[in-house]
Design a protein around this ligand. Sequence first.
Ligand code: MRU
Length: 337
Amino acid sequence: MIRFSERVPETIRFERGRLAFLDQRKLPAEVHYWQIDTLDDAIEAIRTLAVRGAPAIGIAAAYALALSVRDVPAERRTAVLHAHAERLKGSRPTAVNLAAAVDRLLAMQTHEPELLLAEAERLHAEDRSMCARIGQFGMPLIRPDANVLTHCNAGALAVSALGTATAPLYLAHRAGRKFHVWVDETRPLLQGARLTAWELATAGIDVTLICDHVPASLMAAGRIDLVIVGTDRVARNGDTANKIGTLGLAVLAQHFKVPFYVACPATTYDPDTPEGSSIIIETRGADEVLGTQAAAVNVYNPAFDVTPVNLITGFITDQGLITAPDQDRLLRTFRRQ
Ligand code: MRU
């Protein structure tokens, strides 16, 4: 059993009936837990990215949903549960994990609060073991002295335990392998600069932070050997939504013949979404881009983009490595579980 022993604080805590999220908006300056007392707190935390990352928002929503019906009389519980589920699902649209986690609780035969909470805990535990398996399958890709590029944060903070894109890095580091990671700062909310760089550096991994427009020149100079990113939703055919900027990296990687991998737990594969064009892309507020410095002009701020499957060298999944990915391989891999 692999334990996450690096000193990165846990994203979601559920202890003695109380739920708290590590407030990622305050990182890395402050490690602060937001105690989630109501459904509104949870929705606000997800919307504002206090808790973020596809698997983490699924787990967060599952706990919040279960807790939200704790004091609701049995005869009204299922109706209230469905209403709360709809509100949670509306909080962020792109990551499939959120809707899938909520639906998993709705689909249970009985909606007893203790059973719902136990299911949320099971989801959390499954997530930890999926990360460990992604790490094991992905670790051989991290060759000695490799220069790896990652984008946004698909790390421990976005998931639980080892993260997804970061899991192969953590395991290679623990095995004593020397390598180096380039981390895109990831405008506008700086998940790379604030979260990934901090997480990896805290674990003792050799990290260099770069602006989002630097990878082209690094690839041209042969200074990136491998790209690994996470994902918010993989459509049935393999088209992959992830943080805005991922598509540009995949195009560059193909041009410069750099392998481009997506770390994907089973919970992020969505066979009900046929292809990338069907994925809803969240657009966020102008304030995130304007800050206090820019002129007050129109802003377009999509949070994600879609990378077509033909630009993806492989998926590092909890069920194994899928190279030359296509719909058949993805369906076969994820149905085997
Ligand atoms: O807007 P965010 O910070 O929630 O976006 C997160 C990402 O794009 C991650 O890469 C993705 O959720 C995978 S996390 C394992």
